[in-house]
Design a protein around this ligand. Sequence first.
Ligand code: NDP
Length: 294
Amino acid sequence: MSAERIDGKAYAAGLRQRLAAAVPAFERATGRVPGLAVVLVGEDPASAVYVRSKGKATVEAGMASFEHKLPADTSEADLLALVDQLNRDATVDGILVQLPLPRQIDEQRVIAAIDPDKDVDGFHVANAGRLAVGQPGFVPCTPLGCLMLLQDRLGDLSGMEAVVIGRSNIVGKPMAQLLLGANCTVTIAHSRTRDLPAVVRRADIVVAAVGRPEMVKGDWLKPGAVVIDVGINRVPAAEEGKTRLVGDVDYASAAEVASAITPVPGGVGPMTIAVLLRNTLVAAFRRAGLAAPE
Ligand code: NDP
C-alpha cells in the first residue's frame, strides 16, 4: 500500500483564497481592512524569515501588515509598552509576538499582556482556557491547521482513536483538545510514555509533534492510519555540507502502512500561516461585531 500524500500546500492556498475573498465585505462594513501586527525582537534568522513570510501572506490576502522590529537588547518594559499600544490601536486586529524572545524578556509575561481578543496565536491562558471548556476564542494555528487537514480528508472524526505525540502548549495539548472536541478518543503521548509504538498502533489518527527526526516508523502504525507530521527537523543531507528538512515521521516506511500522510515540507507547515490569517480575519469580524466567516 502507498499512502495518499496530504497536500497541505494546496489546502493552505485554497484557504488563503477564501480568506482574501471575505476581506472586501469587511472593508465595506467598516471602511478598513483587517490588520495584523507582528513583533520581532532581535536578529534570529529563522524568526526573521517567518516574520517576512507572515507579512507577505497578510498583504497578499488583502489585509494590512504592521511589522515592528526591535533590537535584541530591547527591555521587557519597552516590549510591554509596544504590546499595550497595539492592544489599544483600533486598526490592529491581531497581535503576534514572534517567539523565542531574547533571554532578558519573560515570554509568559509578554503573552499575558496581549489582549486575548487580539491573540491570534492562541497562546494566552484565556484562549487556552476557552479551548479547554469549548468556548469561542483563538486556537494555536498549527494544531488548528492539522484539524482542518484531518477533517478535509476524513470528514466526521467522531469515535476515532487519535494519538497525539507531544504535549507542548503550542502544539500537542491544543491538538488533543481539538480532537476531543471533534469527538475522538484521545491519547496524549510524551517522553515518559511506556511502549510508544504500542500506543501509536491503536490510532486511526496519529499526530506527531515531537521534534525528533523520523522517530515514528511505519511498523508502529495501524494499517490505514492517517498520519499528520508536525515535525520540522533539519538534518545533514547526502551531499556534503548540505541539509534537508524531515518530519518526526519516517515518511518512507509510514507511507507503506498509512492510508494518508502529510509530507515535510509541504504538509502542516504551509497551514500555519494560512490559519494565522484566518484567525486575524475572525478577530477583525468579531471585534467589529460582525458574524465571522467560517
Ligand atoms: P516541544 O519541544 O515543545 O515538545 C516536544 C514534545 O515531544 C514534548 O511534549 C516531549 O515530551 C515530546 N517528546 C520528546 N521526545 C520524545 C520521545 N522520545 N518520545 C515521545 N515524546 C517525546 O516541541 P513543539 O511542540 O514546539 O514542536 C514539535 C515539533 O513540531 C518540532 O519539530 C517543531 O519544529 C515542529 N513545529 C512545527 C510547526 C509548523 O508550523 N509545522 C509549528 C510548531 C512546531 P515531554 O513533554 O515529556 O518532554
